[in-house]
Design a protein around this ligand. Structure first.
Ligand SMILES: Nc1nc2c(ncn2[C@@H]2O[C@H](COP(=O)(O)OP(=O)(O)OP(=O)(O)O)[C@@H](O)[C@H]2O)c(=O)[nH]1
Ligand SMILES: [Mg+2]
Length: 430
């Protein structure tokens, strides 16, 4: 793989489709367009052209768009061919391009990698783009859009500038202290500045991450056998995902059902009923899994006797089977539901979405991923050390460290491994 090759790939979805978009990027892109279309059309304007291969055989009548670098998506000369989206058309045009000297099929994420290397986007924006392409819910789309739009990167750049100012002040102190140990007001300015920055970044590190948005909030249904967990799960996800029966111990394994409610992703988990099952090995294993699932829950819907569930936040007491006169009563805090008549179901869903809004990164806040949080946490540590150091030399060094991690965050400082991992997440053509 060479970064100077001209690359091409189908950038639209799998054919057949109405239109297939083939992208070509690199120094030979315009030559390839000229060879296929007979001319290089006017920049940034859609032009209709008859495409032919090297032997003069007609391939397709297509729209051709050319974007001269460096003001293109990849930062290189870029061509888009909007073809008729049939499999044979795409295959024939791909073959004609592959036959062209200096052209080769792109690898996964290679267009975006070039955009990054050419300074068209930074790492956070590239990660936002990857998230946007895989977004399935409204909240995922909004968070990814904010990340891709560069709002987060601008905030990082602002913090980086603040660190630079603090570093400059520290350097001045260093010079000054050579000439005699005179306290200046800079002293206060530096430690206050470090603390302020430290607090701002720590708030972001502690805020909910993007993973919850992506994987869905885990809502676990727990309680004794026959309490109505599986029936309630089926009602919540509006399909018969779990087997229901009046035999206690029907559910033996954890059943996971992903759903989107109110634009947010949830993962519902039905579990084996909790009871003493020492004489049934398989049920005992199921109950172990129930306990693990309950521990991993973001929200626990508790169908057991009131107050007997684990002591944890976001436990919702459920008074199930409300339509059954003989059902187990609970206090006024409980959500009263009947999976049979659907009484109380809307209220339960509202409780879930309200809790989700507390647990998920709000649309107006940055949803950071593990890489970003890890680096931000390192920055927080470095700033705390910078603020508390007794020696200007040490403060200067910790400030330098915090700037380096902010550089790593945007990709100003990056490693090839990191790029391989990130851009490997993309599909071919992106
Ligand atoms: N009347 C009424 N019966 C219900 C309701 N929900 C569940 N049941 C009945 O209660 C019995 C047990 O329901 P399940 O959903 O299988 O209970 P479970 O908690 O999943 O039980 P295990 O899988 O054994 O742990 C079944 O006979 C259901 O038809 C309800 O809302 N109203
Ligand atoms: Mg069940």
């Amino acid at each position: 793989m060479r970064a100077t090759d001209t690359i091409f790939a189908l950038s639209s979805g799998a054919p057949p489709a109405a239109i297939a978009v083939m992208r070509i990027s690199g120094s030979n892109a315009f030559c390839a367009a000229e060879a296929l279309a007979g001319r290089v059309p006017e920049s940034r304007r859609a032009s209709l052209a008859l495409l032919r291969d090297a032997a003069g055989m007609e391939l397709d009548r297509a729209l051709v768009l050319v974007f001269p670098g460096p003001n293109s998506a990849t930062g290189e000369d870029l061509v888009e061919l909007h073809l008729h989206g049939g499999r044979a058309v795409v295959r024939a045009v791909s073959a004609a391009l592959a036959a062209f000297p200096g052209l080769r099929p792109a690898e996964a994420g290679e267009f975006t990698r070039r955009a990054f290397l050419n300074g068209r986007m930074d790492l956070n924006e590239a990660e936002g783009l990857a998230d946007l392409l895989s977004a399935e819910t409204e909240w995922q789309r909004r968070a990814a859009g904010a990340m891709m739009g560069g709002a987060f990167s601008r905030r990082i750049e602002q913090w980086r500038q603040e660190v630079l100012v603090l570093s400059a002040l520290t350097e001045a102190e260093l010079d000054f202290s050579d000439e005699g140990d005179v306290e200046t007001q800079n002293n206060h300015k530096i430690s206050e500045g470090c603390k302020k920055l430290h607090d701002a970044i720590r708030t972001l590190v502690e805020a909910p991450g993007v993973e919850k948005l992506r994987d869905g909030l885990r809502v676990v249904l727990g309680g004794p056998p026959n309490s109505g967990k599986s029936t309630l799960l089926n009602a919540l996800v509006a399909r018969d995902a779990a087997i229901v029966s009046d035999i206690a111990g029907t559910t033996r394994d954890v059943i996971e059902v992903p759903v989107s409610i109110g634009g947010m992703a949830f993962l519902f988990l039905d579990t084996a009923g909790l009871r003493d099952a020492s004489d049934d090995r398989i049920e005992a294993i199921g109950i172990e899994r129930t306990r693990a699932a309950m521990e991993s829950a973001d929200i626990l819907l508790w169908l057991g006797e009131e107050g007997t569930g684990p002591d944890r936040p976001h436990l919702v007491e459920i008074e199930a089977k409300a339509d059954d006169p003989a059902h187990q009563r609970k206090g006024s805090r409980a959500v009263k539901v009947s999976a049979k008549t659907e009484e109380g179901l809307a209220e339960l869903v509202a409780t879930l979405t309200d809790t989700a809004k507390e647990l998920l990164p709000p649309p107006d806040q940055y949803a950071t991923n593990a890489r970003q949080r890890d680096l931000l946490a390192q920055c927080v540590t470095a700033l705390a050390q910078a603020a508390s150091a007794e020696d200007w030399l040490i403060t200067a060094e910790h400030l330098r460290q915090s700037r380096l991690v902010l550089d790593a965050l945007t990709g100003r400082a990056h490693t090839e491994d990191l790029l391989d991992t990130l851009f490997g997440r993309f599909c071919v053509g992106k």
